[in-house]
Design a binder for this molecule. Structure first.
Ligand code: PLP
Length: 340
């Protein structure tokens, strides 16, 4: 049967390795895009000992809250509508806020408990966040709202490109200035957080109080990047032989399941007979040159094991993509199977 097999024990051990590596900074498990395709509910239930989750959107944050119970901290950072703001309050989500209008709306308050917000400085990505020249005004407004009891400034944060060390260093200097300005305005953010997997893993000065880990927690290394010691992919993509006709072997997975058709001829798949070439079709695909295949035989499109270890990242590298992209493109209808 076609399925994504997810090794939850592997995710747990990846998390433990990363937690040790970045201590005393705290670990946030980013679970956007259905936990990078692995399935958000199962991943969170398995993530024992994780206190911080990053959900991107409010809807996912609410799903996370349903699994974790009241103690976990759940950070969301998408733009929020009026309705989402209400849902976020009810689920006691931590909100990333990177513009004046949102800050004003959150600060209007509802009489209930104050909303925990994390103020975002734009450190150079220009995707969202408050520009440095407006930052002093922004934190002053946040401090006033905090004094009135409608919000608590729980964090200062930003996001960096992780494309070059020099750019990241410039972003970090900007971030440090922003934190200083916030402290001078009387804010006492519990968490400063800047980096995701790659920069935080490689460079201690990027860890601050909290690291937002997505890719590495699932064992997805950076494209063209070295393996990270102790980190292994948790996902194996499997399909079975559905038809055998002379030397044409058909397997039950194709572009409709989210497999990029550009993979054709570029990556081998693992069969009981060894590595074989793949031609991706729409609803099914062809494995070439596989004598002796029988209906029901299993094929690993990627996954650890055998003498041709592969991963979502291996596939991605063949088509100039990244491992996350391969995983999040997999159809939600494709069954997930959990082990561990
Ligand atoms: C996706 C994302 C992360 C996690 O990034 P990885 O490189 O997968 O670790 C962290 N922070 C933000 C804001 C993100 O959007």
């Amino acid at each position: 049967m076609t399925r994504l097999m997810v090794d939850l024990e592997r995710i747990r051990s990846n998390i433990a390795v990363l937690q040790r590596h970045i201590a005393p900074a705290e670990f946030m498990l980013v679970v956007k895009d259905d936990a990078y395709g692995h399935g958000v509910e199962a991943v969170i239930a398995a993530a024992e000992g994780v206190r911080w989750f990053g959900s991107f959107d409010v809807a996912t944050g609410v799903r996370v809250r349903a699994v974790t119970g009241p103690e976990a901290r759940i950070f969301t950072w998408s733009a929020v509508s009026e309705d989402e703001l209400v849902q976020a309050r009810d689920a006691r989500l931590d909100l990333g806020v990177g513009d004046f209008a949102t800050l004003a709306r959150v600060a209007e308050g509802s009489g209930a408990a104050p909303v925990r917000v994390h103020l975002k400085i734009d450190t150079g990505l220009h995707r969202s966040g408050v520009r440095p020249e407006e930052w002093a005004d922004f934190v002053a407004r946040a401090a006033a709202a905090e004094a009135s009891g409608t919000i608590v400034v729980a964090g200062i944060w930003s996001h960096i490109a992780e494309a070059s060390d020099a750019d990241d260093d410039r972003a970090r200097a900007e971030f440090d200035r922003a934190v200083d300005v916030a402290l001078a305005a009387g804010l006492k953010p519990e968490m400063r957080h800047l980096a995701a997997s790659a920069a935080a893993h490689a460079r201690p000065e990027f860890r601050y109080d909290l690291v937002r880990f997505g890719a590495f927690a699932y064992g997805v290394r950076s494209a063209e990047g070295a393996n990270v010691p102790g980190i292994e992919p948790a996902a194996t993509l499997l399909a079975s032989v559905t038809a055998v006709d002379d030397d044409t072997v058909e397997i039950g997975i194709g572009a409709l399941d989210g497999l990029p058709s550009t993979l054709s001829g570029r990556v081998p798949v693992r069969t009981v007979a060894g590595a074989r070439a793949l031609r991706v079709g729409l609803a099914s695909s062809i494995v070439a040159g596989w004598d002796g295949a029988a209906i029901g035989d299993e094929v690993a499109i990627f996954g650890p094991g055998g003498d041709s270890d592969s991963s979502a990242t291996t596939l991605a590298e063949a088509i100039d993509s990244v491992g996350e992209e391969i995983l999040v493109r997999l159809s939600p209808l494709l069954p997930r199977e959990y082990v561990g």
